[in-house]
Design a protein around this ligand. Structure first.
Ligand code: NDP
Ligand code: 5RP
Length: 306
């Protein structure tokens, strides 16, 4: 199938990036969100991406044209009109996703392929709600899609191979490294590796083993990684981290304290990470960017904590 018209549902952290990336690479994109307020917030997110794309791809004109090309609406039916591919990037909450798939099942044309960007859920959990099992799969992006450009494509055991191939092709056409995940796996390749790391860091902090900077510094110093887990979590967004922590707590009781910490100390205060200017760190100049962050000696208040 020749994919031309793309609908992205959810204009949050990831949805805005996916929409911008697809439009930047020449696709006709409609971005949907649930109400006028969310549409306004989505438009602001798209605007913030203009200088980022202009710099990263050294093409200011195309970045500006991309913003002007993306249609953004709260009319779900209109957003799906003539859609070849609908990428769902709504909150990581099971019931919200189920309700969403139930409504789009009847609104989208028969030809539309549905792809979920869920971080940790699997397509088989929703396939019966989509009205198109064989055209439903996952296309998972990493945050900051323009540079962290993996596009993980994962069907369930009733997804038709043709649509897996179509979406792999689409991923490559929008500048992603297409990664075929051959069997269903919660978290694909990336989050099977990343989520355990992030959650281990959250637990170390929530259980009082070490403070945030110490944990990040340890990871950076010992592995040479450019960012520690808390800096990554700020990019992910702490509302998404909270949703995932809450869902993990039934299988892993240690995550209860993490979910509580994320809610009380961050989500309830509106400090969601880089998108709001504050999360575990303060932006635009977080301490982990300081020259001696990794090597600096522990501050007095850290002594005894780590
Ligand atoms: N953040 C990350 O690093 C990554 C996230 N993902 C996945 O992408 C998905 C979205 O995450 P993220 O962008 O971080 O989340 P956000 O909370 O930033 O964005 C979700 C958006 O969906 C909107 N929304 C809420 N309910 C509905 C609905 N019923 N229909 C349509 N839109 C709705 C929200 O509006 P409002 O704010 O008004 O509720 C918000 O604009 C999740 O499944 C997440 O796991 C995947 C890869 C990376
Ligand atoms: O999907 C992702 C990146 O591709 C995020 O890593 C994932 O949402 C992070 O989860 P958590 O904060 O619970 O560890």
């Amino acid at each position: 199938m020749d994919i031309k018209n793309v609908t992205v549902a959810g204009a949050g952290v990831l949805g805005s990036q996916i929409a911008f990336q697809a439009a930047f690479f020449g696709f006709k994109v409609t971005l949907y969100d649930i109400n006028d307020e969310a549409v306004k917030a989505g438009r602001e997110k798209l605007q913030k991406l203009v200088p980022i794309y202009a710099d990263y791809f050294n093409n200011e004109k195309l970045a500006q044209e991309t913003l002007n090309k993306i249609k953004i609406t709260s009319d779900l039916e209109a957003s799906l009109k003539d859609s070849d591919l609908m990428i769902e990037a709504i909150p990581e909450l099971f019931n919200i996703k189920v309700d969403f798939y139930k409504s789009v099942a009847n609104l989208a044309p028969e030809k539309t392929i549905f792809a979920t960007n869920s971080s940790t859920m699997m397509p088989s959990q929703f396939r019966e709600d989509t009205g198109r099992e064989e055209k439903f799969l996952a296309l998972h992006f990493a945050n900051e899609v323009w540079k962290n450009n993996t596009g993980e494509v994962m069907g369930h055991d009733r997804t038709h191979e043709q649509y897996v191939q179509d979406v792999l092709t689409f991923a490559a056409e929008i500048g992603m490294i297409p990664i075929h995940v051959k069997k269903e796996q919660p978290g694909y390749v990336l989050n099977s590796l990343l989520v355990p790391l992030l959650q281990a860091a959250e637990q170390l902090y929530a259980h009082g083993i070490a403070d945030i900077e110490t944990i990040d510094r340890t990871w950076m110093a010992a592995t040479g990684a450019p960012l520690g887990p808390f800096a990554i979590l700020d990019v992910v967004g702490l509302n998404t981290a909270y949703n995932i922590a809450t869902a993990s707590a039934s299988a892993n009781p240690a995550m209860h304290a993490v979910a509580e910490m994320l809610k009380k100390e961050y989500v309830d205060k509106g400090n969601l990470g880089t998108s709001t200017g504050e999360g575990f760190y303060k932006y635009p100049n977080p301490s982990y960017r300081e020259e001696n962050f990794v090597k600096k000696t522990m501050k007095k208040r850290d002594k005894g904590d780590a």
